[in-house]
Write a protein that binds this ligand. Sequence first.
Ligand code: DGT
Ligand code: CA
Ligand code: CA
Ligand code: ZN
Length: 619
Amino acid sequence: MQNGALSELFGRMADVMEILAEDRFRVNTYRKVARIIADTPVDIGELLESGRLAEVPGIGKSSLAKIEQFVHTGRIEAHEALLRRIPAGLLELLRIPSMGPKSVKAVYEALGVTGMADLKAALESGAVAELPGFGRKKTDQLLKGIAFLEKATGRIRLDQAAEAAQIVGAFLAEIGQVKAIVPAGSLRRRCETIGDVDILVTVDEADVPRDEGRRTMDERRGAAGMGTGRMPVLRAGETLATHKGRTPSAQEAVIEAFTAAPFVDEVLASGPTKGSARIRTVEALVQVDVRVVAAGSFGAACQYFTGSKAHNVALRELAVKAGLKLNEYGLFDGEKPVAAAEEADIYKALGLDYIDPRLREDRGEIEAARNHTLPAPVSLKDIRGDLHMHTTASDGEDAIEEMAQAARRLGYRFICITDHSQSSAIANGLSARRLARQVKAIRTLNEKSRDLTILAGVELDILADGRLDFDDAVLADLDYVTASIHSGMAGDREKLTTRMLKAMDSRYVNCISHPTGRLINERGAMDLDMEQVVRHAARTHTALEVNANPWRLDLKDTHCRMAVEAGAMLAIGTDAHSAAGLTLMAYGVDTAARGWATKKDLLNGMTVRQLQVFVNKKR
Ligand code: DGT
Ligand code: CA
Ligand code: CA
Ligand code: ZN
């Protein structure tokens, strides 16, 4: 489903037009189209191909053309044209709670505010409070909102980074000489947030100058004038090569094409082998570094630019102790390369088992690699099922059978339907009666389902005092129960921890979902005593969820590690609210792997029988 992204684009266009004080009627049309798309339960692409979209009231000819363009190219030209008409910083202001397009327009026109820093200064000087429609109360609110956004560090979510890498990767793949394209950095390590996206590219060997492999990054930095302030700042389309008036090498041609690409918002730096640019995705501005490296030292470059910095420092020390030298061109014994083309060879030559990128955080992985005690980190193929998902019965978009069909396509052996319980009124939680009806429907479907077992479960609210939202009699009919705290998350540590432990004491609670309740860049984690939580989970045979939604990733990697070490089981759940949402599984798998979890630490790695044994142990 691309409805969400498309709806957001139309909303964004309306925002920009409103800031530009365009015709009200057109602004409203765009908003309406955004709403229609968001509310459409079927994929817009499918509607379009079947010709039915043209019949939807409220979608006129010009909107239809834009939707068609989006479905075919992933972009809307009119959107990009609109973005060019206002300073990029203005859109960022819309992220501040209670800052709508009208307010943005007002501060832009009256005070010349073009970005966050400007606005903050104007708020602090009192200039904004003087504007009509603002006043003290609103300006205080805005300052608070900005303070929150500042705490959000400017790092983006993993899925946003993955989208940026996908856009740039697809573009680079179209360039003739490009051979390999590999994301490195924190994206390859699958960190929960990403500062910038690093992409490594190799080009056809024939075009690479011979001496490249000999110089270190620092020497090259010096040669290019990088970091010394002598680097010319180039605009999109302008390149070092044209600057010097000679034909660009294959390497330069790649950087040139990248920095001139249509999705580039601003070129931050550009040299013969590296380009750095801020690119536009549907949701965010993302910094992307593209580096062209020689195929002969590709492995070393992958190793170096994957990081983490701390891992690299530890690895380099190990090399030095062995009388070797490690840099982004290879592992060297004096001048003689020991390993360079293959990343795995570098680890091997240092006497280490290969270290999965997701473990490269200097958290003991190097020692474990030397002692051959590294875990075999869980991978997507170990996953036999998904244990957290919603249907149209509560706040999901698809019916049980559609979720089951999607699960079959993923090759799963089981899924558990876990709609909300009665107290989650805003999520249309199920009463005991509606749940009983759903269980019956699931049993009927399951009878007819050969390859996939459909389990009946619930996402059960943990009430304020730690009591549960349903009586034991209701829960006893279910195959699996995952319990969540959805309210009162600001409580103090002792109270919240007790509340959670008490829920685990129920013999019907098999898992605690999104245990800390955080939303990345939006809401902090609950204050829990995690030591106690993981110990109690192990003791009571209650699993802890690794919520795979990239907004959550909850438990996070380090908490997964604590849980695994305490002997608690983990359960990855996508918390899918549509059939497409089931594909978020990989984010959960990567997070669990970063927490050193193996297949045997996960309920998802079990057979249905084993899962039933786990559930029954508690009952
Ligand atoms: P990020 O972008 O903040 O999410 O995190 P990374 O890990 O992607 O960091 P980034 O983009 O600054 O650099 C990419 C990789 O390059 C980093 O993980 C390791 C390597 N690297 C960068 N600078 C240094 C350095 O000064 N020393 C070493 N040993 N490695 C570095
Ligand atoms: Ca990075
Ligand atoms: Ca970087
Ligand atoms: Zn849920």
